[in-house]
Design a binder for this molecule. Structure first.
Ligand code: 5GP
Ligand code: SF4
Ligand code: MG
Length: 456
């Protein structure tokens, strides 16, 4: 998911700014979009299934008037894809209204939900975020900041939260910093965003990232910080760099573009190929392919043309849709491919659907050889922190050897980037990152298989 928060009674209408910001974060989720505005503690909102552009009309934006805006684009991992689960979540309780947008996934939401339900709490949605909102409401008597801190003490997992309550805009990042969140400055106010790419469109200036375990409170034109947790090891999701984030974003000081290009170069060193042309699976493999070409001295060219009006394949929730959309989305440029030995660069193989189709299409177009190079290690373990690498039985890297995968996808050779290679391409030290879906080394204890709250 993508979250945005805007504070500032400036000239600009905030809902419009949030709308533009969500456009810049659209790649983080395409199922639903929503904006909530807060006017002196009163919250109005609009959310619906679909892309930002489909959800909001000029009329709706016009009607959303307020001094604080919170926005969300959704990509579901838990909680079905229904409008009831769209965000921001707006709830009223004794003491006021709260609007909350959440990117991430809690691993103990099921337990907490059960306990609360036993006490008579009624839940309207199946999203984790409602658990968070409920806990905050329970601790309401302590004041919003304490209530949030107490809530953070109870939930485990990943979260980048943007909350508006009263005259405050609050941003919270989980103790491991698994999901990104950063702060920008605009005229007379501030912006919180999942990714810095949203700042350019808003004319905001990047200030800094919210730290792992930090809560920032924006109020009265000032920004305050509370470090509510110090104990956990920093573990920003490395998949953000591989695939999820936009290349023009900088996460915790590292440019996504540079890290992808580094990864491509590293991949060329680890898995060279004798070939005539390096091509990418657009768009997610493009930057890495440029890096591979640079390092290998094999020319980079276009081999696949993408229909830019079709969304991300993976984000279509079911397998049939996913298969159909590969063909909807990509077409081979025969003129460039015919008779050539191709290095095909993709960012990742998850289920294995995409790569097989593409290799097949390239061969049908007359490619002499296809050497598949993957700019991340085999995905072998489920992610519990909000990226959809669901159950191990669907992860081809968990169930098949590399040679078996090569045969399955029909490539002449197959090479994956090593874990060290990936981590070094992001940070020289390779530290402060989560790579659990590749290594199984989770930054916190995760639910065991068979756990009743785990849907498998
Ligand atoms: P698959 O191997 O599952 O057919 O497809 C993998 C492709 O899906 C990758 O090339 C990657 O670009 C794309 N992808 C889209 N969304 C996601 C996601 O949330 N997680 C992962 N791991 N890959 C994704
Ligand atoms: Fe990211 Fe993988 Fe860690 Fe999930 S397990 S947070 S996808 S690095
Ligand atoms: Mg891809």
């Amino acid at each position: 998911c993508g979250v945005i928060g805007i504070y500032g009674p400036g000239e600009q209408q905030l809902s419009r700014m949030a709308y533009f910001g969500l456009h810049a974060l659209q790649h983080r989720g395409q199922e639903s979009a929503g904006i909530a505005v807060n006017q002196g503690g009163q919250i109005t909102y609009y959310k619906e299934m679909g892309l930002v552009q489909e959800v909001f009309s000029d009329d709706i934006i016009e009607r959303l008037q307020g001094d604080i805006a919170v926005g969300h684009v959704r990509y579901s991992t838990t909680g079905e894809s229904y409008v009831i689960n769209a965000q921001p979540l707006v709830v009223r309780y004794k003491g006021g209204s709260i609007a909350l947008a959440h990117n991430g996934n809690l691993i103990n939401a099921g337990e907490i939900r059960d306990e609360l339900e036993d006490q008579g709490v009624i839940f309207q949605t199946s999203i984790d975020s409602e658990v968070i909102a409920n806990l905050i409401a329970r601790y309401n008597a302590f004041g919003i900041e304490k209530a949030i801190q107490k809530t953070m003490g109870q939930i485990r997992g990943s979260y980048a939260l943007v909350i508006s309550y009263g005259d405050k805009l609050i941003g919270v990042r989980d103790p491991n910093g698994l999901r990104p969140l950063c702060i920008g400055k605009i005229d007379g106010g501030y912006v919180l965003s999942s990714e810095s790419c949203a700042f350019n469109v808003l004319g905001a200036e990047f200030i800094r990232d919210v730290a792992a375990g930090e809560m920032v409170i924006i109020e009265g034109g000032q920004i305050r910080s509370i470090q509510y947790s110090n104990e956990q090891k920093k573990a920003l999701c490395s998949f953000e760099f591989v695939y999820f984030a936009r290349p023009d974003s900088v996460l915790d000081g590292q440019s996504v573009y540079i890290s992808r290009r580094n990864a491509g170069k590293m991949l060329a060193k680890e898995h060279p190929a004798e070939a005539d042309l390096v091509i990418a699976v657009p768009d997610s493999g493009t930057v890495a392919a440029i890096g591979y070409a640079e390092e290998s001295k094999i020319p980079f060219g276009e081999g696949l043309i993408k229909n830019r009006y079709v969304g991300r394949t993976f984000i279509q929730p079911d397998q049939k849709m996913r298969e159909l959309s590969v063909r909807l989305k990509l077409n081979v440029l025969k003129e460039n491919i015919k008779g050539k030995r191709i290095v095909l660069i993709d960012d990742s193989i998850v289920r294995g659907t995409t790569s097989g189709r593409i290799v097949e299409m390239l061969k049908a177009a007359g490619a002499a050889e296809v050497h598949l190079r993957v700019c991340s290690p085999p995905v072998k373990f489920s992610c519990y922190f909000g990226i959809d690498t669901p159950t191990r039985k669907n992860l081809v890297g968990a169930t098949h050897s590399i040679e078996e995968i090569r045969k399955m996808v029909g490539a002449d050779s197959l090479g994956y980037l090593s874990i060290e290679g990936l981590l070094e391409s992001i940070h020289e030290s390779g530290e402060g990152l989560c790579s659990a879906c590749f290594s199984g080394d989770y930054p916190m204890e995760v639910p065991k298989s068979g756990n009743k709250y785990l849907f498998e």
